[in-house]
Design a protein around this ligand. Structure first.
Ligand SMILES: C[S@@+](CC[C@H](N)C(=O)[O-])C[C@H]1O[C@@H](n2cnc3c(N)ncnc32)[C@H](O)[C@@H]1O
Length: 420
């Protein structure tokens, strides 16, 4: 079998597993769903002791050596303005990228169950190198399909290229051991007037999807990045469609299965996995990605319980939060009072509280991870309740409140109830 060689191959030192601490428990944090802030090359080794051979499906959309820097375009509550927050840089050089990806592929292979599925989302910058690396790590027999995802109708800047217009991503699909444990065939509905080649009406339930996606009237899956008014866009660069990830999750996993995405960005994979009743682990190295993913997960109609974990040095920017707490009989009322937001270049001057996108309350107020039993988020129309009233369960001694601002910073306050 052919093997790809790059400068330094075989000499790369394995990264040390990250010591993960629980930072927030949402909805009780119970069933093993984890949003992890840390670098994949250190998070995956930390998962291995407990989870080797347990993951049914990996979807990963890694940075792939495009040389770019990517900003999250944060919406400023109540304004049309957006503020650019650096999300991640994607500039490693091919040798470094290959060493990184090779390590990642080995850890992902070890985490996958027998017959587990791996989907790696790339484009022509890296797909061909990645294919050879994945063949080496999983064995060439594990390779299933090269899926071509047509991005859609391209106009404007991209269509000015003096070449064929670039219009597809590549998704490499593997099954550990060569035989997928799960594959539910996906069918596109017959378009109106559809007839078989012999002119007879169709007898099946739809047209089986092939490995070229979004390239026919029956299979519409345009990238949200080219749809000007997609309600799905959250401002995160390179955010992928929920429909795209749903297709993969539905085909290659079952309810209750464990799904992993180690470069999860805005959280598309855990959002889809939550909706479809899968367990999930999602990790990202960017603090603002974690912020956006947490907001999306907690804004779902039925948010799944999860734990937010961080590596020792991974944290969000801290701001000072002021809270008013009042005990009214057997109830406790909490109100956000102040939020020390630093000046934001390019954004209108406004009070700190107006930057808050959401907040959580831990009614037990103990040290350790925030047990966020209540979470409130700004609605699509921009409304956010600044006060919440709750029955004081068995006279807690303190409450803890954490507020999350639009730029990914946060403030935490602990208020002893004796002084309330
Ligand atoms: C192409 S984006 C993923 C977008 C995602 N699929 C979505 O729908 O939002 C790649 C992500 O990889 C993250 N990333 C870059 N280097 C990483 C690393 N070493 N470990 C974990 N995540 C990393 C970036 O922060 C970025 O969010």
């Amino acid at each position: 079998m052919a093997e790809l060689v790059w400068r330094g191959k075989g000499r790369a030192r394995r990264a040390r597993p990250l010591a993960l601490r629980d930072d927030e428990l949402h909805g009780g944090g119970a069933p093993g769903n984890r949003l992890v802030h840390g670098e994949a090359e250190r998070v995956l080794p930390a998962l291995l002791p407990a989870l080797a051979g347990k993951v049914a499906l990996v979807y990963v959309d890694p940075p792939f050596d495009t040389g770019g820097s990517f900003d999250y375009l944060a919406a400023v509550p109540g304004e049309r303005a957006r503020v650019a927050v650096p999300a991640y840089r994607d500039a490693r050089g091919l040798d470094t990228w290959l060493a990184w990806f090779h390590g990642l592929a080995r850890d992902l292979e070890a985490l996958l169950a027998d017959g587990g599925s791996l989907y790696v989302h790339l484009d022509a910058h890296a797909a061909h190198y990645a294919k050879v690396v994945l063949d080496e790590v999983l064995g060439a027999g594990a390779f299933q399909r090269e899926i071509v995802w047509r991005i859609g109708w391209i106009s404007g800047f991209k269509s000015r290229a003096r070449s064929w217009i670039r219009n597809h991503d590549t998704i490499l699909y593997y099954a550990k051991g060569g035989r997928p444990a799960t594959f539910h065939k996906a069918l596109a509905p017959y378009p109106p007037g559809y007839v078989r080649r012999d002119g007879a009406p169709p007898r099946g339930r739809g047209i089986p999807l092939d490995d070229v996606w979004n390239a026919s009237a029956a299979d519409r899956l345009d990238s949200i990045q080219i749809v000007s008014f997609s309600g799905e866009k959250v401002g995160y660069p390179t955010q992928k469609n929920e429909a795209l990830v749903s297709r993969i999750v539905q085909a290659s996993s079952n309810p209750g299965d464990l799904v992993l995405d180690c470069c999860a960005g805005s959280g598309t994979t855990p959002v889809v996995a939550s909706r479809l009743g899968r367990r999930w682990i999602a990790c990202d190295a960017s603090p603002v990605a974690i912020h956006v993913a947490r907001r999306r997960l907690l804004s779902l109609a039925e948010p799944a319980a999860f734990v937010l974990q961080r590596g020792a040095r991974a944290r969000a920017e801290e701001r000072e939060l002021g809270v008013r707490v009042e005990r009214i009989g057997r109830e406790v009322a909490i109100e956000l009072a102040s939020y020390a937001m630093p000046p934001v270049p390019g954004a209108p001057r406004r009070g700190g509280l107006r930057w808050i996108e959401g907040w959580s309350v831990d009614w037990e107020g103990r040290q350790g991870p925030l047990r966020a039993a209540t979470s409130l988020w700004r609605s699509r129309r921009g409304e956010l309740a600044m006060r919440v009233v709750q029955a004081a369960a068995d006279a807690p001694r303190a409450v803890r409140v954490r507020a999350y601002d639009a730029l990914g910073g946060q403030g935490t306050a602990r208020v002893p109830l004796g002084s309330a």
